[in-house]
Design a protein around this ligand. Structure first.
Ligand SMILES: [Zn+2]
Length: 323
């Protein structure tokens, strides 16, 4: 948005300059291309991903030059920074951030808390974001961050005929969507749909005990398949191995996988891999915070907090298995 605004202002200024001259102008002259860099004097800001507050005293290394943020978390660039330049941001209490300046809008750095008073820890982040909940879980921290496609504001959950006809399953889906929407606080809105919309991000929800994954392992309650492009989900499906699983908060659990959460290391939380009657019925504060934090990142971000090598367009998929 910022870059388009800047372009627009520049275009108006150019047009005024062109019309102000007394000699005829050539209408076909190409528009000037914007500088592929942040200009000298650009302000960068550093914020906490926990509460949006500025992080005073953060140290930034931008294209090899070191800056210390002021009490408001701001630094002013002393030189032009070409797109593609490395940025390192280090601040006490936050995971070291390693990223790039990719475009004109990359002036805001939201840091991922290392710990919070609410109980977030590096181990928790490692498990719930960077450990793929696949049938054979990956080593802790070794998986890329996977998330809904960047820029997604609406997701449709298309229910199978069987789920639509099952009032308890339908209710659990309504409740699951409501819980997820509350957790996401408007960043993304999930909605149920009876049929597949013409466009947009869609996850199908169905019961299929005959699916090979269900048939091979009777301990699997459900699984979620994400169709990925560059580690970001463009759609997928939620499959329940038994009808009863569709009538519980397991629905909300599966839908949170479509946002990007993996499994919680806390067996009491809703996102724990193993469902028990003692499991929480709603998302806890750490699960909500983790969703908020991961939506600030590109798919492909690596623990602790590095997105320099995110894949642009490689297609793939991942299946997250829940017991
Ligand atoms: Zn799960």
């Amino acid at each position: 948005m910022r870059s388009w605004l800047a372009l627009g202002v520049f275009a108006v200024v150019s047009w005024l300059a062109a019309c102000g001259g007394s000699s005829p102008q050539t209408p076909s002259s190409p528009p000037p291309t914007p500088d592929a860099a942040l200009a000298t004097g650009t302000t960068l800001s550093v914020l906490s991903g926990e509460n949006g507050q500025s992080v005073g005293g953060a140290r930034l290394v931008v294209a090899g030059r070191t800056y210390d943020a002021d009490a408001s978390g701001h630094v002013t660039l002393a030189e032009r920074v070409p797109f593609g330049s490395f940025v390192d941001v280090v601040a006490p209490g936050f995971l070291d951030r390693q990223t790039l300046i990719r475009q004109a809008g990359d002036t805001r750095f939201v840091l991922w808390p290392r710990t919070t008073t609410s109980g977030l820890s590096e181990r928790y982040t490692t498990e719930i974001v960077y450990t793929a909940g696949t049938a054979t879980p990956t080593p802790p921290g070794s998986s890329p961050l996977r998330r809904l496609r960047t820029g997604t504001t609406q997701v449709f959950v298309v229910l199978s005929e069987e789920i639509r006809q099952d009032s308890r399953a339908h209710l659990a889906h309504e409740e699951g969507v409501a819980m997820l929407n509350a957790a996401l606080a408007g960043r993304v809105v999930y909605a149920l749909a009876a049929s597949r919309p013409a466009s947009g991000i869609v996850f199908e929800s169905r019961v299929d005990p005959a699916d090979p994954l269900c048939a091979e392992n009777d301990r699997i309650l459900a699984f979620t398949v994400l169709n990925l492009q560059g580690e970001e989900a463009t759609g997928g499906r939620v499959v329940f191995c038994e009808s009863d699983a569709t009538r519980r908060e397991i629905v909300a659990h599966e839908l949170a996988h479509t946002v990007g959460l993996q499994h919680s290391p806390d067996p009491r939380e809703l996102m724990a891999r193993f469902y028990t009657p003692a499991s929480r019925r709603d998302f806890g504060s750490l699960e909500v915070l983790s969703m908020s934090l991961l939506l600030e990142r590109h798919g492909g971000n690596r623990f602790p907090d590095n997105d320099r090598d995110v894949p642009a367009s490689a297609r793939g998929g991942v299946t997250i298995v829940c017991n």
